[in-house]
Design a protein around this ligand. Structure first.
Ligand code: ZN
Length: 77
């Protein structure tokens, strides 16, 4: 299983702590992308100045995995 690690974040423009997606987050992303999501996706868990968590998505190997940046919703049902 993937483990939390420090990776660069396209939105924060710095190296920040990242965590693998939860099953619920993977389901959400799968719905967005329309295909199966492998377990190499990470979310940035840096706390932004506005009090929210960044939640920008990337893969382990590619900081700019998406053509446009993509972030998880703040609260997943
Ligand atoms: Zn970030």
């Amino acid at each position: 299983m993937p483990t939390p690690r420090r990776l660069t974040c396209q939105t924060c423009r710095s190296e920040e702590p990242h965590e693998p997606l939860t099953p619920k987050e993977r389901d959400w992303l799968q719905g967005q992308l329309g295909n199966r999501v492998p377990d190499n996706y990470y979310k940035c868990v840096n706390n932004r100045p506005d009090g929210k968590v960044c939640l920008n998505l990337r893969t382990h190997s590619a900081e700019k995995h998406f053509r446009l940046t993509k972030r998880l919703p703040d609260a997943l049902e």
